[in-house]
Design a binder for this molecule. Structure first.
Ligand code: NAP
Length: 339
């Protein structure tokens, strides 16, 4: 069976995922596209042999759409995901699931009322080969009980529109999701500390930031977010356990020795670092839709949790760098909570 996918939002990541569904993932076909810019929807649809539709509701209702991909502007996500649930169609929504915790909860509640999982959130790091190896080591008990995690998320530079809260909302949100998954533990408090700011970017931007998280089991996480580090896109994650430590592998790169030096290139772009993870994410999502089962990736609950933790992180930044307690609602049975 070919899974017929309708795509809402043909911007930067929407175009990349349309290419992925068309050229990389077997068993999928993009049959419908909509975008706030109808001209762009039409051009994209012609290119991949799909139909351009006027808006999200029309696309979700279309008979030739089995599953929905939401890659539109963040504030529109909740409406499209709720409509997909109402139509009983599987939906993969790029992060964020919604821009407020209240809207995330509406989605969680709607899915619970529907009675089975339909929603997957686009946290692609869970599909990265290195993170999967790291999780295997932690789950296998090789380094004993995890005690501390040291992480860094560095970008060479960011666009002018990037502001200080985006360090949590757009950047650290990936670590927030992948660390909850890696540790099988919940984040219960967040704090941001701002060291001396880099002079290489605008004065209003607090960059770098050090984020401190604590989990329910008492694991301490420190995360350096430095989005104008100049030298490259660099993701580090090291877990220290009772009997050893486990480190996320760097991407494979040719070692070069020349002119009295040795080294290797540092990637410059998150799309290169996580391109394979996106491919795997889509292969597994399409396979779950084809099998008629529930999605196996990050859930609506994970989308809610990431938003609540991100909100607490931003509150710490904006209110004098104090620790902020993460205030989450009880987890419903559909998402592993008590029946
Ligand atoms: P984008 O290029 O801006 O495209 C998204 C769509 O939303 C486009 O149709 C765009 O139209 C529209 N849009 C943008 N700003 C808007 C505004 N202010 N009002 C109304 N419409 C607006 O964005 P993107 O980079 O593809 O991101 C789309 C989603 O994917 C976001 O939620 C983002 O967080 C997520 N994302 C996730 C990852 C990941 O690592 N998983 C990576 C990248 C993006 P115009 O082009 O006409 O503005």
């Amino acid at each position: 069976m070919t899974v017929r996918v309708g795509v809402i939002g043909a911007g930067m990541i929407g175009q990349d995922h349309i290419r992925r569904l068309t050229d990389v993932v077997a068993g999928a076909q993009v049959t419908a596209v909509t975008d706030i810019d109808s001209g762009r929807a039409a051009e994209t649809a012609v290119r991949v042999g799909a139909r351009a539709l006027p808006d999200g509701p029309a696309l979700i209702a279309a008979d030739d759409v089995d599953a929905v991909l939401v890659t539109s502007w963040g504030p529109t996500h909740a409406e499209h995901v709720l409509n997909a649930i109402a139509a009983g169609k599987p939906v993969l929504c790029e992060k964020p699931l919604a821009t407020t915790a209240e809207d995330c909860l509406r989605i969680v509640d709607a899915e619970c009322s529907y009675g089975r999982r339909l929603v997957q959130v686009g946290f692609m790091r869970r599909y990265d080969a290195g993170y999967r190896q790291l999780k295997g080591v932690l789950d296998g008990g090789t380094i004993g009980t995890p005690l501390m995690v040291h992480c860094a998320h560095r970008n060479p530079t960011v666009p002018d529109a990037y502001h200080s809260a985006m360090a949590a909302q757009d950047t650290a949100v990936h670590e927030i999701d992948v660390l909850r998954w890696l540790l099988g533990d919940e984040i219960v408090s967040a704090q941001v500390i701002t060291p001396r700011a880099t002079s290489r970017r605008f004065e209003h931007l607090k960059d770098p930031q050090i984020m401190l998280f604590e989990t329910a089991q008492g694991v301490r996480i420190d995360l350096e977010v430095f989005v104008n580090c100049q030298y490259g896109y660099d993701i580090q994650c090291e877990t220290v356990g009772e009997t050893g430590l486990a480190r996320l592998p760097d991407p494979a790169a040719v070692g070069i020795r020349t002119a009295g030096q040795h080294g290797s290139a540092v990637l410059q772009d998150w799309k290169d670092r996580f391109g394979d993870a996106f491919d795997t994410e889509f292969r597994e999502w399409i396979a779950s839709v084809e099998a008629g089962g529930e999605p196996t990736g990050p859930s609506a609950w994970d989308g809610y949790a990431a938003t609540v933790i991100t909100d607490a992180t931003v509150r710490s930044l904006e209110s004098g760098q104090q620790p902020v307690t993460v205030d989450m609602k009880p987890r419903p049975a559909l998402h592993g909570g008590p029946a």
